[in-house]
Design a protein around this ligand. Structure first.
Ligand code: ZN
Length: 382
């Protein structure tokens, strides 16, 4: 699988690489915007293309409930359904089952749960989650895992990790048996999907090491670090990521799930993470919180009412090129839909620019170039 992932430059532990998919080459380290319902809330696909999004994430749990995986397959797969010809990653649905659904019943076989939408009864197993993701047809799909809760005792974290390992094998077996059922794309091709495994093990470095080694022995084309950002202190997240990375193969992509702030995504890229996703830039934007080169801005603050400067003078996005802080504040105060759209476009531009700077820094062999811009912004925050 080395063909899918080419490392082009290394700077310390950080790597500049290219992840090849049937829907384009993704330069890494990369931030993946979250398009939960096959849409990045409020932002049309054409704008995402202009922003330079090369890969986005869609949520299996949500798409399974609405509109249903078979409908998406019949439409020609997720790429055609949402008219997005660049890469897509789907999660396995496990995290949402554990965080959103009610009345969960976990067995060796899988998880029975009630939909958070209408209370209807559903069952997801490693096989079912894999079949659904084959039907959706994303370029990168994820093994169905159990996201261990925080805090968890050692014995509980181990039992949960063992379950994730058994489920990873079942996902891989199901994937190998059924991968041909993925939808045919507009050019008549079947997407050669990549199935990534997810490392669990709670907050115990020794469990993380063991889980990683046993997953690597199964030989997946990429590995994710899951079960973090579940309420633990940030310093602990960082330590567990660093300790897990020690055991991951250097020639395979590494995906840190559900992280983070602009400062954090730089830090994790520096540690050697290649892929990240987080709802923060999009969700914060809808609440009027904007990430800028001058720090975080709460656009609803009264001090912006007569501030006719661009949102972020250092940002090259279409929002900063055109609109003032006063106008954006006005839109937000009036609950105008356009406020959410424009705020989201800017925050995504900020995240994507941050990762662009990280990639340039690795290429130049000087990671301080990436860190400086963000740390000076952080210094001015609030
Ligand atoms: Zn901007």
């Amino acid at each position: 699988m080395q063909d899918n992932f080419q490392i082009e430059a290394v700077c310390g532990q950080a790597r500049l690489a290219r992840l090849a998919t049937a829907h384009g080459v993704v330069p890494t380290p990369v931030f993946m915007p979250v398009g939960t319902l096959a849409a990045v809330k409020g932002v049309p696909q054409a704008v995402l293309e202009e922003l330079g999004v090369e890969i986005l994430l869609a949520n299996t749990y949500h798409l399974y409930l609405r509109p249903g995986a078979e409908l998406v397959r019949d439409s020609g797969g997720l790429h055609r359904f949402m008219s997005w010809d660049r890469a897509i990653l789907t999660d396995s649905g496990g995290f949402q089952v554990f965080s959103l659904a009610s009345l969960r019943q976990l067995t060796e076989e899988g998880v029975q749960f009630r939909s958070h939408l209408d209370g209807s009864l559903h069952f997801l197993s490693p096989e079912r989650a894999t079949e659904i993701q084959i039907a959706l047809g994303a370029d990168v799909i994820m093994a169905f895992d159990e996201c261990t809760e925080y805090p968890a005792e050692l014995a509980r974290a181990r039992a949960s990790m063992e379950l994730t390992l058994r489920w990873a094998k079942r996902c891989r077996d199901c994937f190998e048996a059924h991968r041909q059922k993925t939808p045919v794309d507009a050019k008549g091709r079947k997407n050669p999907q990549l199935l990534f495994a997810i490392v669990q093990g709670g907050m115990f470095p020794e469990l993380r090491a063991e889980c990683t080694q046993r997953l690597v022995a199964m030989d997946f084309p990429g590995y994710a670090i899951g079960g973090l950002s579940v309420g633990e202190p940030r310093a602990l997240t960082y330590e567990i990521v660093a300790r897990t990375l020690e055991h991951l193969p250097p020639d395979k992509p590494r995906y840190l799930m559900g992280v983070g702030t602009p400062e954090e995504i730089v830090q994790y890229a520096r540690l050697g993470i290649d892929m990240m996703d987080c709802v923060l830039p999009t969700r914060a934007a809808r609440h009027g919180l904007l990430f800028t080169s001058e720090g975080r801005m709460n656009i609803k603050a009264a001090r912006y009412a007569r501030d006719f400067e661009p949102l972020d003078p250092d940002c090259g996005c279409s929002v900063c090129a055109r609109y003032s802080r006063a106008y954006l504040r006005h839109l937000y105060a009036c609950h105008e839909v356009l406020a959410q759209v424009l705020n989201t476009i800017h925050n995504l531009a900020y995240y994507l620019d941050t990762m662009r700077r990280v990639r340039q820094a690795i290429n130049f062999g000087d990671f301080r170039r990436a860190a400086r811009g963000v740390s000076s912004a952080e210094g001015k925050a609030n």
